[in-house]
Design a protein. Structure first.
Length: 545
């Protein structure tokens, strides 16, 4: 089976924060799971280096957009690597390859008569002497009366045209823009209404989308789809490949989602492989993003694929809700955020992955609290999982001189372990990551009870054969935990693999063949609770009121 996994492309205009990782982490969990199952996986993403936010940041710093894009693309690559993300291809939208693929898609849509030219009114700033990109226009949303950008309202998720905004102003200079006529290319999105209604119905029946994706997509379709501009007067981006229109750029909403296709073709070129299996109608695909990106993945991208006659429409929409911080909305402008380079400098990557999975915003907003983060690390990762591994292996070091005894593995535990693979695998493939991790940690707590009930410290003196069986069972559990937890906690799984001298990790029950242990070390270190107040003080001190 071919599995395509596409992670949303973060704008290269600022550091990643916990909200980004919470929405993107499911992609790596899926990729790791399907790989250890032996499936054919292609996992791609990249940095969005063409968007208006990069141009705005460059203006603020007085540098070129490329300087900004280069800085944050490099930082993103380092952050994702440190967090254990296993992209097959992590690229960028300002690459020549990406531009060529996007232009090819544009020309295919044009050739298939899905794109047409139209005279339209657009916001123009006399002060800046330019037509304003949609994100350069700010004002009041006509639907919810909250502050919004010209392309989308983050509060009510309405897709906007800058002309819709009330009390419009130029983001660059603050002046009120005027309305002038210009010519642009439009995508005939309205013609895909019926096909997308059928597509939504199928997704609902097969239970492959998150509820927020179904509800929001249903809302857009009920309101009726409208044709959308596919070109804009932008400072940077992919040039329109039509003679006389080269100064115009292909609008980011069509260009950015096309990155999934361009990244897959880049991977194929670099590895001398074919990407076609991942764009076949029978391929299974997972698109991983935050809820603000839902319409681009459930309406825009499917319509583009239909327009270029590719039937590989997204099968699973993994759209997370938002993450709040200490019960308050994240705000990058006020620095009310936990930045990824910063948290990685002080905490274990598996601790971050664990917390963002067990508290994932799968169905509703979730809160990141420093107190809960540190307590969950100490009680679950250190106290439950780390404790079971450490007490077992240290006991073998002491009582058996590091040689794993040959004994009979408990039959009930073997049966439970086999069922756990089936249950956790099903939950992961159906994108219920939080429940999957909860199931594993329930198993871990029960194995700690098993250790306590068997009392190996007594058995080793009174019933040596029973102690051999107990230790063989515990090592069996640890070996299987390394595999079950690998999609979620890859770094600690690798540590267990080294200590037990395990072979390649797989998604199936493994009977340990460990003869002797190798350099037993704790999986996790305790985080002192004093750190809670230190982190809260740091957050308050650095935030801008």
């Amino acid at each position: 089976m071919s599995i395509f996994i596409g992670g949303a492309w973060p704008y290269a205009n600022g550091s990643l924060h916990l909200g980004h990782i919470a929405s993107l982490l499911p992609g790596d969990i899926l990729a790791r799971y399907f790989r250890v199952k032996g499936e054919k996986v292609l996992y791609v993403s990249g940095s969005d280096c063409n968007g208006t936010p990069i141009a705005i940041k460059a203006r603020q710093e007085g540098v070129s957009p490329k300087t900004i894009a280069d800085r944050y693309h490099k930082e993103f690559e380092e952050s994702f690597k440190a967090l254990g993300f296993t992209y097959d291809c992590y690229t960028r939208t300002d690459s020549t390859h990406h531009h060529e693929v996007v232009q090819s898609i544009f020309l295919q849509l044009l050739e298939n008569n899905w794109i047409y030219k139209k005279e339209v009114e657009q916001c123009y700033c006399d002060s800046c002497e330019q037509f304003l990109p949609d994100r350069f226009v700010e004002g009041i949303c006509p639907y919810c009366s909250r502050e919004a950008r010209g392309d989308q309202c983050d509060h009510c998720s309405a897709i906007l045209d800058p002309l819709d905004l009330l009390s419009k102003k130029c983001k660059i200079c603050g002046y009120t823009p005027i309305i002038k006529e210009t010519e642009h290319f439009y995508f005939e999105l309205s013609s895909f209404q019926k096909e997308l209604e059928h597509y939504l119905g199928k997704a609902r029946t097969e239970d492959r989308w998150r509820d927020n994706a179904i509800q929001l997509t249903e809302r857009y379709l009920k309101e009726g789809l409208h044709d959308r501009a596919v070109s804009r007067d932008l400072p940077i981006g992919v040039s329109v490949p039509v003679k006389g229109y080269e100064d115009k750029k292909i609008y980011v909403w069509i260009e950015a989602v096309s990155g999934y296709y361009s990244a897959s073709k880049q991977w194929a070129t670099e590895h001398q492989k074919e990407e076609t299996a991942f764009w076949d109608e029978n391929a299974v695909s997972y698109y991983v993003h935050g809820k603000d990106n839902i319409p681009f993945h459930t309406i825009i991208w499917p319509a583009i694929l239909l327009g270029i006659r590719k039937r590989a429409l997204p099968t699973h929409i993994v759209s997370n809700e938002y993450v709040t911080l200490e019960q308050k909305k994240l705000s990058t402008s006020r620095n009310w955020a936990v930045w990824i380079p910063d948290i990685l400098s002080r905490y274990n990557a598996d601790s971050i992955r664990y917390f963002l999975t067990i508290n994932a915003p799968e169905n509703r907003d979730a809160d990141f609290s420093w107190r809960e983060f540190i307590y969950s690390h100490n009680s679950e990762l250190l106290g439950a999982y780390g404790n079971f591994v450490n007490r077992t292996l240290k006991f073998i070091e002491k009582a058996y001189e590091g040689n794993v005894p040959v004994g009979k593995v408990d039959v009930d535990i073997k049966r439970t372990t086999n069922k756990l693979y089936e249950k956790v695998g099903s939950l992961i493939s159906h994108t219920h990551f939080k429940n999957a991790l909860q199931e594993i940690f329930c198993y871990i707590r029960n194995t700690n009870k098993y250790f306590d009930e068997q009392k190996p410290w007594k058995q080793v003196k009174e019933e040596k054969t029973s102690c051999d069986d107990t230790m063989a069972t515990c090592v069996y559990i640890i070996a299987n935990l390394a595999q079950l937890l690998y999609p979620f906690l890859p770094f600690s799984s690798e540590k267990v693999k080294e200590m037990l001298r395990l072979g390649e990790l797989k998604w199936e029950e493994t009977e340990h063949t460990v003869v002797s242990l190798h350099e037993v070390k704790p999986l996790f270190e305790r985080i002192e609770k004093e750190r809670i107040e230190e982190e809260l003080d740091k957050l308050r001190r650095e935030s801008v009121k």
